[in-house]
Design a protein around this ligand. Structure first.
Ligand code: GAL
Length: 709
């Protein structure tokens, strides 16, 4: 098993540098007795597994009393698995401190917004910004890693477990002091700088010194300054990365050969382009597709999955999936739909097709006790391997057989959507006004590309843009000047840059800029100045939807909306007319920019809604409103197709998805049927099949086709 440290900077195009596709399961030997060890290892080996992940919640077993250690259970498990050729990834167990720790050091507990300290009894209740907790985390990391320093079966580490997934917030005194220290550093110990950044002259929010600074308690009684809130989230991201750094430093010092990753969950308050990802060998993403389906209802299996996976890849490139949903899943308040026969394998291939260089099925077996007794595993409670075991085995055999073609490839993207920018995601939330977030808007374009079979994904503007034909920037409020020159060079070389409403309208302090939007650099590039902006209703809504007052307590509408109070603004794009949503901008054009779409009613009639400016070999488009699903076909015709973007597969039937992994010398096309019924594969596909679930021309329900082109 070879893993080389990646010396390439983090990038969406970066594969993991390894000769092994990791396939296996998170494993909890602490949930059964030792009589299972040998049997489990044998069955894993027979399934073709090469890896397990262990110990992320087992601190209390490894350090039952402060400074008293006992690693014997994991020593035995690692040894037995190793004997069967299965390597182990260990985890720093800091998501669940033992009870003695929270009892003796209650100051490590997070405190919620109402001042209530977290209790022992679940997880992620310790505050990663707490200096006392950091000391304990460093100690267990050191002792544990030194214990396993020379163990030949331990190949890598996961830091903690899904940092910030349960919560990232804390409002304790300890957190406040750490926040103050962070601010002292950020503002060079100069309180005047902080007061300027947060707008201290608005509502008397200025401070005399850093000791006075408070945590932003929203709705206590109303909203806090967007600058204050943004800095709190920057602080949380800083503290999370620092907590992880503590552990990485120790692990690297103890054994530099180990690979180190973190398994992302909800991805809250983590700045993925910062030290958090840069210090890791690669990122990992825990993928529960049917949980996302239910939570988001965005259009069926496949679509939602692809969005999550494309986001996971956008931070630092290819990733592994240490937890891939295998069966029915639940916690006490909810349960997910159940993967049908074949679907678990299909979902694993969706991960692979979108950048996973390793997949581990969650979990080897379900627990019989605790808060996840019905989170099913590869085998069942009764210890009988059934269809999920068979599918995991089939997947492991297939993916191992094609690993030499797969590893070293990245996921193709012709259309990039600007993403993975911490400040922009947070800046929107600090002052959302009921508008879609940049990511919500981006999903409209992403969904369109998914359905059409166009290679699309998320990318940061600082990444290598050269493989892209189109880059869409979804309402990025905070624009850094240095991005403009880079984007301009890419446009001059032929790229199509599409900017959208409100881009560049705030600065790094989250203040509205003093120049007309989108700010001098982007005005020069796009040839656009925003003269005025205003609110429009979302598609199919009646207006003022964000305010509760329109409905009585039975949910009945009490204000009658008329056509004119709905204020539908319409515009023309190509030869069609569309209703605009969320926001209008009144644009004036300069420097050769030309209208590419016009408002078609009310007071803006005849004014440009979309502009186009030729720059070198490429062009800059500015869209003075938000995307809607209705307009996407015309949007593709007008701006995406002319940039040379065509679907990877024409006439994709609904429910079939396509993705490509490629490198300089090979291209692998993944065609997946996300439905339970056979679907015809579009004609004209050539290439040699690595996996082929076709019968005649039909790809079987949940079937997989991988072609080397
Ligand atoms: C993940 C977590 C696992 C398990 C799983 C199913 O978020 O890392 O420990 O809880 O979800 O709920």
């Amino acid at each position: 098993m070879k893993f080389n440290r990646n010396d390439r900077p983090i990038s969406v195009w970066r594969p993991i540098d390894t000769d092994t596709f990791l396939v296996g399961a998170p494993h909890y030997p602490e949930h059964v007795d030792d009589s299972f060890l040998e049997r489990d290892a044998e069955r894993m080996k027979a399934a073709g597994f090469n890896i397990v992940r262990m110990a992320e919640f087992a601190w209390h077993i490894m350090e039952p009393r402060e400074n008293t250690y006992d690693f014997s259970l994991f020593d035995r498990a690692i040894e037995v698995l190793g004997k069967h050729g299965i390597k182990t990834i260990l985890c720093t167990p800091t998501a669940t401190p033992p009870r003695w720790l929270t009892q003796h050091y209650p100051e490590v507990l997070r405190t919620d917004v109402r001042g209530r300290p977290a209790s022992h009894g679940s997880r992620q209740h310790a505050d990663t910004s707490s200096p006392v907790y950091r000391t304990h985390s460093q100690r267990i990391t050191r002792v544990m890693s030194e214990h396993y320093r020379d163990n030949p079966h331990v190949v890598g580490w996961q830091t903690d477990n899904e940092l910030n997934t349960s919560t990232s917030l804390s409002y304790s005194e300890v957190t406040r002091r750490e926040f103050q220290k962070f601010l002292e550093d950020r503002y060079d110990n100069d309180i005047a700088k902080l007061n300027f950044a947060w707008g201290g002259d608005f509502w008397a929010t200025a401070y005399d010194n850093f000791d006075q600074v408070v945590l932003p308690l929203d709705n206590a009684p109303v909203s806090c300054s967007p600058g204050h809130v943004l800095d709190y989230h920057r602080f949380l991201a800083f503290a999370t990365a620092r907590f992880q750094s503590d552990q990485i430093e120790i692990l690297r010092e103890v054994n530099p050969e180990w690979f180190i990753f973190h398994n992302l969950g909800r991805m809250t308050d983590i700045d993925f382009r910062g030290p958090f990802s840069r210090e890791l060998d690669f990122n990992a993403y825990d993928f529960y597709p049917l949980l996302h389906d239910e939570m988001q209802r965005l259009g069926g299996p496949g679509l939602v999955h692809s969005q999550h996976l494309d986001v996971a890849r956008s931070h630092s490139g290819n990733f592994i999936v240490p937890e891939q949903q295998s069966g029915f899943g639940s916690q006490p308040p909810f349960s997910t739909l159940t993967p049908e026969p074949g679907e678990m394998r299909r979902m694993a291939y969706s991960s692979v097709s979108r950048g996973a260089d390793g997949v581990m099925f969650f979990r080897w077996r379900p627990a019989h006790f605790g808060a996840e007794i019905y989170w099913m595993g590869v085998i069942d409670h009764d210890d009988i391997p059934r269809r999920r075991y068979d599918e995991a085995k089939q997947f492991a055999g297939e993916v191992t057989a094609m690993k030499d073609k797969l590893l070293g490839t990245h996921v193709r993207m012709d259309v990039g959507i600007a993403g993975a920018d911490f400040d922009n995601e947070e800046a929107h939330k600090t002052y959302a006004m009921g508008l879609p977030s940049p990511h919500d808007d981006a999903l409209i374009l992403h969904s369109h590309c998914y359905r059409r079979g166009i290679a699309a994904g998320f990318i940061h503007p600082e990444d290598d843009l050269s493989p892209l034909k189109v880059l869409y920037v979804p309402h990025w409020l905070i624009w850094r000047e240095e991005w403009t020159a880079k984007l301009e060079a890419w446009v001059r070389a032929g790229g199509t840059l599409i900017l959208s409403a409100r881009t560049g309208s705030r600065d790094i302090n989250n203040h509205v800029i003093h120049d007309p939007a989108p700010g001098k650099p982007l005005t020069a590039l796009a040839g656009v100045t925003v003269e005025e902006f205003g609110r429009l209703t979302p598609p199919d809504a009646d207006g003022l939807f964000a305010l509760g007052g329109m409905y009585d307590t039975n949910g009945k509408r009490v204000v009658k909306q008329t056509e004119s109070s709905r204020r539908k603004y319409r515009f023309r794009l190509g030869n069609q007319e569309f209703t605009a949503a969320h926001m209008y901008e009144h644009l004036s054009l300069s420097d050769g920019a030309e209208p590419a779409g016009e408002w078609s009613n009310r007071w803006l009639e005849g004014q440009p809604v979309i502009s186009r400016r030729a720059v070198g070999e490429g062009q800059v488009i500015y869209v003075g409103t938000y995307l809607t699903e209705d307009m996407m076909p015309a949007f593709e015709d007008q701006f995406i197709a002319p940039a040379g973007v065509t679907p990877m597969l024409e006439d994709l039937p609904e429910g079939m998805e396509v993705s490509m992994r490629q490198s300089d010398d090979r291209r692998l096309l993944f065609v997946l049927n996300t439905t339970s019924e056979p679907l015809d594969v579009p004609a004209g596909l050539e290439g040699s099949a690595l996996i082929d679930d076709r019968k005649g021309n039909a790809l079987q329900g949940y079937g997989v086709l991988v072609l080397e082109l």
